[in-house]
Design a protein around this ligand. Structure first.
Ligand code: HEC
Length: 100
């Protein structure tokens, strides 16, 4: 009896871990994808380069999509945005919106 309860608890824990694992991997992927953005968008920006830390999620997605489809002109971002899938843009936006 006791043994089966321990086994059940073990199975429950491993199921929870399996459910959490992809989520953690996605968070990690978002963080990795944003590292290249910091080359230009630094966190202590004083000039014209917009700071992306804490940037609103939906605004970042819409601006990246606008650069990507050409509806927003740019010098660099319109070319750079084409290199990211829609899914990656959402991961990037999620990451920037949650860091401070
Ligand atoms: C090589 C430099 C460079 C890199 C790398 C870069 N950006 Fe930019 N970003 C710019 C410039 C320059 C602008 C101004 C628009 C333009 O001229 O393309 C800009 C503008 C933006 C804007 C519009 C901000 C606003 O409020 O108007 C967003 C959003 C943005 N970048 C997101 C990103 C993301 C996300 C990444 C990483 C995936 C990234 N940028 C990487 C140079 C860069």
């Amino acid at each position: 009896m006791k043994r089966s309860r321990i086994l059940a608890a073990g199975i429950a824990v491993s199921m929870m871990t399996m459910a959490l694992a992809p989520q953690a991997a996605e968070v990690e992927r978002g963080a990795v994808l944003t590292t290249s953005c910091f080359a230009c968008h630094s966190i202590d920006t004083t000039g014209n380069m917009p700071n992306l830390v804490g940037y609103p999620r939906d605004l970042l997605v819409s601006q990246m999509q606008a650069f990507k489809d050409g509806s927003r002109p740019g010098t660099i971002m319109n070319r750079l945005a084409k290199g990211y899938s829609d899914e990656e843009i959402v991961l990037i936006a999620d990451h920037f919106a949650t860091i401070q």
